[in-house]
Design a protein around this ligand. Structure first.
Ligand code: SF4
Ligand code: SF4
Length: 219
């Protein structure tokens, strides 16, 4: 999931200084889970905006605003309120904001209310951990499911650097060295032999942006 945080309210208000009638769009997936773009956060922001003299003319929460079909449906359902809005404030990640922009037929000013931080997994206690950097050449098969690109600050592919200190990372003594974790896991899973193979440098062409993928149609 994509992790987001709410921008400081002063920044949001400043971004809306030329607009009075605001429509809010949240996100029913990641931003709801992060508690940045669900109904509770929308209503809280609505109240704060109204206290500053803005008129919140409506809101909606598409289940995934990054999916065109979902955002289009919600925009169509709310067309009357949207026609009275000067600006749309989006409580979703940067993907959601851009998807709203791409699908807004009225050409309204689109403003982000959130900062987009990283992709993460969530544990049972509700903590978010960044575990993948979307490198386009996954090596988790070799590293027993522990990502060296993300968990090692240097993104090393062939074992630890010389700075590892009693199993901890030289950049942060509180953090385990990613390669010590990989070694221990490989030992447990009898995968040490794989670590002897030298990994070629990553093909950074695979991370050249922007990516585009077209799915083949069946039949
Ligand atoms: S190697 Fe790491 S960054 Fe690359 S795809 Fe796999 S998990 Fe993601
Ligand atoms: S100590 Fe380990 S995790 Fe830290 S930078 Fe070196 S190899 Fe990477």
């Amino acid at each position: 999931m994509i992790i987001t945080e709410l921008k400081p309210f002063a920044e949001i208000i400043d971004s809306l200084k030329d607009f009075n009638n605001i429509f809010l769009i949240g996100c029913g997936e990641c931003a709801t889970t992060c508690k940045t773009g669900g109904e509770e956060e929308i209503l809280k922001l609505k109240q704060s905006l109204e206290e500053k003299g803005k008129a919140v003319v409506g809101f909606c929460i598409p289940s995934a605003p990054c999916v065109a079909s979902q955002v289009k449906t919600e925009l169509a359902k709310n067309m009357k309120a949207l026609k009275s809005a000067d600006a749309i404030l989006v409580l979703a990640c940067g993907l959601g904001v851009q998807s709203v922009k791409d699908n807004d037929r009225l050409g309204r000013k689109i403003q982000p209310a959130l900062n987009t931080m990283f992709g993460a997994v969530m544990d049972a206690a509700g903590n978010f951990y960044e575990k993948c950097s979307l490198c386009g050449e996954c090596v988790l098969d070799i590293t027993e499911g522990i990502c060296p690109i993300t968990l090692c600050p240097k993104g090393l592919l062939n074992g630890p650097c010389g700075g590892v200190d009693r199993g901890k990372c030289e950049t942060d003594k509180e953090k385990d060295c990613a390669w010590v974790l990989i070694y221990k896991e490989s030992e447990k899973k009898k995968g040490l032999a794989k670590l002897k193979e030298i990994q070629k440098p990553k093909d950074f062409k695979k991370t050249t942006k922007p990516h585009k993928l077209t799915l083949e149609k069946n039949g």
